[in-house]
Design a protein around this ligand. Structure first.
Ligand code: HEM
Ligand code: FES
Length: 442
């Protein structure tokens, strides 16, 4: 088919049309050049699949799949309409739809690695979190919007699962179940992710109690149990309604560990399997318990998780995101005002709309915090960002200016929520990000 000069790419959903005028650009490059938010966690390397798009019209107007894309499509059982934006070039008009946007959508991509119609044994960490007496509390309190509180609750307890590369398996009544490591990862990483998610949930609930529910004289109490072990995972069920199913003793045990909180008035209990998966001295542990769960012939040892002994950078960053980006536009505006005050010459490097630029920046920062739980893609993602910044005319000298402006804006935005641990975590993270980017700058 003859190539069309300057084809049009239509982004369905945002109804934006752009002219494709550089044959060396992939669709991902076009999105970035036109300030269209488009996830690209691995930086266009055909490894993460977050840039995937659905081709709604003009499928034959794209370059064929590259080898990387072909392998990914086969492994994840994609139909031909799904393409990797970082791997395809345009020869004629196309209508596309970006498919991955939220953290929950990224995490769900792991489900594509699970077999259809059969179960496979995988070693995973399992987290059960239950709200005590929530239903009773909801019935007794007509003074506030229970639907609002419920939605807030599910968001704040779901986010820590998603932030830590976990998958929300199911909601059962007042309980949420998260799985960590269903598509791989080391035992240590998966257990650490689950423990970090548990602490993130606990802190978020405490914050909700102290800030939002205090006027209602209400207090949400949670019990969290975590376990690690081999479970059977598959997409099972009726041929027309298959769903993710995870079965095995470690799952039941995680549920019982959660329930054991009630007996000991605990908050977070971890199994010995979790405790032993991380180097000694990692966890701050409170009480220890020994119990025999129904159906088990052996005793189980449980540990009360209080925190990490050393500051966990990811936990601190995750905790701060909600307060930091409550008003993303305001954050970005304050940040860029500082940068331009410190280095007025830098202003000329920004050619496009500054409000859109600010949104891309905060989205990217949130994404980086989030992808710290998938470090395999982070380095290539930052390399890509570093190379594009070199093209924008950014030099090594600019990085310290951006770093100090960012730290000042973070401290201002966090206000009372700011703590030395948070500052330490953000400094460490930003130093890592900018050092990685700087490697590609003159
Ligand atoms: C924490 C480090 C930084 C992050 C996360 C970041 C993030 C971003 C993002 C997401 C974009 C949108 C385009 C793209 O994705 O390539 C962008 C563009 C840009 N950034 Fe950065 N950036 C950082 C550091 C810097 C530094 C040190 C400078 C130098 C002053 C800079 C100057 C620019 C410029 C000039 C553009 C292009 C704007 C335009 O075309 O109008 N950035 N940045
Ligand atoms: S696969 Fe395209 S950005 Fe990662």
């Amino acid at each position: 088919m003859p190539e069309v000069k300057n084809p049009i790419i239509t982004y369905t959903g945002i109804s934006q049309k752009i002219v494709y005028d550089d044959a060396d650009s992939t669709i991902l490059d076009c999105s970035i050049a036109n300030q269209i938010p488009h996830l690209h966690e691995c930086g266009g390397n055909g490894r993460c699949s977050t840039c995937r798009i659905r081709i709604l019209e003009g499928h034959s107007n794209l370059s064929p799949r590259t080898l990387k894309e072909q392998q990914m499509a086969e492994f994840r059982r994609w139909d031909p309409s799904i393409r990797l934006a970082c791997q395809c070039y345009v020869k004629g008009d196309v209508d596309i739809q970006r498919l991955v946007w939220t953290s929950s959508e990224i995490n769900k991509l792991q489900l594509e690695t699970i077999p259809e119609g059969e179960a496979e044994e995988r070693a995973i960490a399992i987290l059960f979190c239950d709200i005590r007496n929530f239903t009773k509390m909801a019935i007794e309190n007509n003074t506030f919007d229970i639907a609002h509180v419920l939605n807030r609750f599910y968001t704040i307890i779901g986010d820590p699962i998603l932030f830590n590369n976990g998958v929300i398996y199911q909601y059962i009544g007042d309980e949420i179940v998260g799985l960590f490591g269903i598509s791989g990862g080391t035992r240590e990483k998966n257990c650490r992710d689950a423990a970090r998610a548990a602490l993130g949930m606990y802190y978020a609930i405490e914050h909700l109690n102290h800030m939002e529910l205090v006027d209602f004289d209400l207090r949400i109490k949670t019990g969290i149990g975590i376990n690690f072990g081999k479970a059977f995972i598959g997409h099972l069920g009726h041929p027309k309604h298959k769903q993710l199913a995870v079965v095995g003793d470690p799952i039941n045990t995680a549920s019982r560990i959660q329930a054991y909180n009630k007996e000991v008035d605990g908050r977070i209990l971890i199994s010995e399997a979790i405790f032993k998966s991380l180097p000694e001295g990692t966890f701050e542990i409170g009480r220890e318990f020994t119990t025999q769960f129904a159906g088990h012939e052996h005793n189980s040892k449980l540990y009360e998780l209080k925190g990490f002994q050393e500051t966990d950078m990811q936990l601190e960053l995750q905790r701060s995101l909600e307060y930091l980006f409550t008003n993303k536009d305001e954050f970005a505006e304050k940040f860029y005002t500082r940068v331009f005050e410190k280095a007025p010459g830098v202003r000329a490097l920004f050619k496009k709309n500054m409000q859109d630029q600010g949104r891309l920046l905060t989205h990217m920062l949130g994404g980086i915090v989030y992808s710290l739980s998938r470090p395999e893609h982070l380095e290539t993602g930052l390399a890509f960002l570093g190379k594009s910044h070199a093209r924008y005319g950014v030099t090594k000298d600019h990085y310290p200016v951006v770093l100090s402006s960012m730290m000042e804006t973070i401290q201002e935005q966090l206000g009372d929520e700011c703590s030395p641990k948070l500052i330490e975590a953000w400094e460490k993270a930003l130093l890592y990000i900018t050092n990685e980017m700087k490697k590609y700058t003159n």
